[in-house]
Design a protein around this ligand. Structure first.
Ligand code: ADP
Ligand code: MG
Length: 700
């Protein structure tokens, strides 16, 4: 149960003065519907941070005003010019000693303006001027004030992100009304830390946000926003670590192998493990051998060799007489895993099974039967593994590949599939360190930060789409010389149908140029068609594989040496990096052509140049974060990962680490948040809606 002191904050925003149905609707458009409701709540308004502020103390004379710059002018009203036609504006001319200015009002009511701006009166007028016919004017000035109004004007007016139907003024008023409903709360941060950082209290920080004394106070790195960002990150870390503690408390089982399968797999590998692979495996084996539950994230760039690590982890539980599952986000990838692992498994005596959406009827029943009987040691599959009737005899390890395509919810669902299942999640999208903490703070982490030897770097080039014909001709020469080429077409307007159409067009065009040598694979094809197109490419029966981003994840064709990405400017940095990782898997030199269409914006240009200049996934991930902000890097909403209201990783990333440590320290001394500070921290968890974590506490 939430502390009743917080109830006024979680009431609907209609509780605030001036919020009727119309404003409520606009607020929903601005702030989104809260969980389980339609109308944003008081707290949503309170947590809607301004992005800047206008300093009303900036004054100028009419002669000194600069177009576009907001200012406050003291002037005397000279005359009114009512409109000559209904659609023309109403004009009022004002002047100070230095010049005259026109105030312009559309659809204005004359009596109102006569009252507001009586001829001969002094008024203070705020707004951003522009030049019109050689004369300064202000269209709908933000304020027209008399001396009393001026005295009441706040020195700095915050400006908020808006949608139609709302004004800065209105949001500002609502935020102030929301502030009044903020109850007195105990401080949950450490006093010494507050002092060291120069942070004010929670309420004072919110107050500074909505009633700033100086515009600088609204900067993301200013003390008010930084304190609130810290609160938010801290709540997030506490919640993650509470979940983690809860999972760990649900005792795990020690799986200790006898090395039989491990040795056989190692002997069958045509290569030595890299140091990074060894290190990751040591950590995993230690986790498996421990009583506690394993929850580990394995990060490794494309091609860093995660699959083998997964197999060797599975080997341990198989040696212990138990089962493992390897889950991939797509069917293609699941099949690819099966194909890669089959020869190794055969030599090591590991029995594999496959379960995707495509196994149906008798085939599926047979897999389930073998699974339940313990005749499958390692089951490879997709989301289909989550289905209720999938029962293992004794599942001990679940490996999820490409974690970012799965959500936190799936992580928990999978863990429920067996008794104390150890969980290893693998991601090929390196996550910047700070983000890894906020999104995966509940997990231990290993990184494969070392590529297998013998890879030649990929030659990445930026090519204008204007040179498409030349590019096609060059591709023709390359395939005549035996090359295999991926040709990726992008999402068009986020529409899968258009997306497919673009790929089909490109396929038709390339097929005309190179008859019989081009394949096509996209998301709307039947599974069997997809397979046969991929198989033809794998076997070299086709030389060019035109694809939508379905190939993004995981397809492994070491013979492919050329990657063409059409409209590369439309892709995100991480996605381009993933796609490029499809080539450069063999010993031969590979090329990636990023076909771009201008004009390129600053960010798009920076993305493409980053990609051209480095192939280190961790560097790319940091750059991606810098260019896009964390919400998008994590694909936050889709995957149910943390999205923050105040914290921006590119600004507050350093705080995430501190919050991580701080949360760890607190939970070490007060695991149930029962002490005085613990009580305050429960309020914090509720304020940032980590209620689920609080429930774990009570169940504790
Ligand atoms: P990831 O899943 O991390 O993208 P994979 O597991 O698909 O990478 O490995 C990419 C390729 O590298 C595979 O062909 C794999 O056999 C090979 N590989 C893995 N580990 C090593 C190693 N230590 N030395 C040489 N090649 C390796
Ligand atoms: Mg992989």
């Amino acid at each position: 149960m939430r502390d009743s002191r917080l109830d006024p904050l979680f009431a609907e925003a209609t509780a605030l003065p001036g919020v009727g149905p119309k404003v409520a609707k606009a607020l929903t458009r601005l702030l989104g519907a809260p969980p389980g409701g339609d109308v944003p709540r008081v707290i949503d308004v309170l947590f809607h941070a301004p992005t800047g502020g206008v300093d009303r103390r900036t004054r100028s004379t009419i002669a000194d005003m600069r177009p576009g710059e907001t200012t406050l002018v003291e002037a005397v009203v000279e005359r009114h010019q009512p409109p000559r036609s209904p659609r023309a504006p109403y004009r009022v001319v004002v002047a100070d000693g230095t010049g005259a200015m026109t105030l312009v009002f559309f659809r204005a009511k004359a009596p109102l303006l006569e009252h507001l701006l009586p001829v001969g009166a002094t008024r203070w007028i705020a707004g951003a001027p522009e030049m019109f016919d050689g004369m300064p004017q202000m269209v709908h000035p933000a304020h027209v004030l008399d001396a009393d109004g001026l005295a009441r004007l706040p020195p700095v007016e915050p400006t908020y992100p808006l949608v139609e139907g709302l004004t800065h003024n209105l949001i500002s008023r609502l935020a102030r009304a929301a502030l009044e409903r903020l109850p007195a709360l105990p401080e949950w941060l450490d006093g010494a830390f507050l002092a060291q950082r120069g942070f004010a209290g929670f309420a004072a920080s919110l107050n500074a946000l909505h009633r700033p004394a100086r515009p600088e106070e609204l900067a993301p790195e200013g003390p008010a926003l930084t304190r609130l960002a810290y609160d938010e990150l801290f709540a997030n870390q506490l919640a993650l670590q509470l979940v983690r503690a809860h999972m760990k408390r649900a005792r795990g089982r020690a799986s200790v192998g006898d090395d039989r399968v491990t040795r056989a797999v190692l002997a069958a590998l045509p290569f030595q493990l890299t140091g990074a692979q060894e290190r990751a495996l040591d950590a995993i084996r230690a986790d498996l051998a421990a009583d506690a539950r394993m929850l580990r994230l394995l990060q490794g760039d494309v091609g860093s060799g995660k699959t083998v690590v997964a197999l060797l982890a599975a080997a341990v539980v198989i040696e212990a007489g138990r089962q493992a599952a390897l889950m991939a986000p797509t069917e293609i990838l699941a099949r690819q895993h099966l194909a890669t692992l089959e020869p190794l498994a055969e030599k090591a005596g590991v029995r594999l099974g496959l379960l995707t959406g495509r196994e149906k009827g008798r085939e599926r029943a047979a897999v389930l039967e073998r699974l339940a009987a313990g005749q499958i040691d390692l089951l490879i599959g997709t989301h289909a593994l989550f289905q209720d009737d999938v029962a293992f005899r004794d599942l001990a390890l679940a490996v999820m590949d490409e974690q970012h395509k799965f959500g936190v919810r799936q992580r928990l669902a999978l863990a429920a599939k067996g008794a104390a299942v150890d969980v290893l999640v693998m991601t090929a999208t390196p996550i910047p360190r700070t983000l890894a903490l906020t999104a995966f703070g509940d997990m231990d982490q290993s990184a494969l930060d070392e590529k297998p030897p013998g890879r030649t770097p990929i030659d990445t080039r930026l090519v204008s789409l204007d040179r498409l014909e030349e590019t096609i001709a060059a591709i023709g020469r390359a395939i005549d010389a035996g090359a295999r080429v991926y040709w990726v077409c992008p999402l068009v307007e986020q529409s899968e149908t258009l997306d497919v159409a673009a790929a089909q067009d490109r396929f038709a065009e390339l097929s005309d140029a190179f008859p019989g040598r081009v394949g096509l694979v996209h998301g709307k094809m039947k599974a069997a068609e997809k397979d046969s197109a991929v198989a033809a490419f794998v076997e070299g029966r086709s030389s060019i594989l035109v694809a939508t981003t379905v190939i993004e994840v995981g397809v492994n064709v070491p013979e492919a040496t050329i990657m063409v990405i059409e409209h590369a400017e439309r892709f995100g940095l991480a996605q381009l990096h993933q796609l490029r990782g499809r080539v450069g898997r063999g010993a031969e030199r590979s090329t990636c052509l990023l076909l771009w269409k201008g004009p390129l914006g600053e960010t798009a240009k920076a993305r493409l140049e980053t990609l051209r200049d480095t192939d280190d996934g961790f560097v790319i991930a940091e750059k991606d974060l810098e260019l896009r902000g964390e919400g998008e890097v994590l694909g936050a909403r889709q995957s149910g990962m943390a999205v923050f209201r105040f914290a921006r990783m590119e600004v507050h990333g350093e705080l995430a680490r501190i919050a991580h440590q701080d949360a760890g320290l607190i939970l070490a001394t007060d695991p149930n948040l029962a002490g005085e500070r613990g009580e305050a921290l429960r309020l914090l968890l509720h304020l940032f809606e980590r209620d689920a974590a609080v429930r774990l506490l009570r169940a504790g």
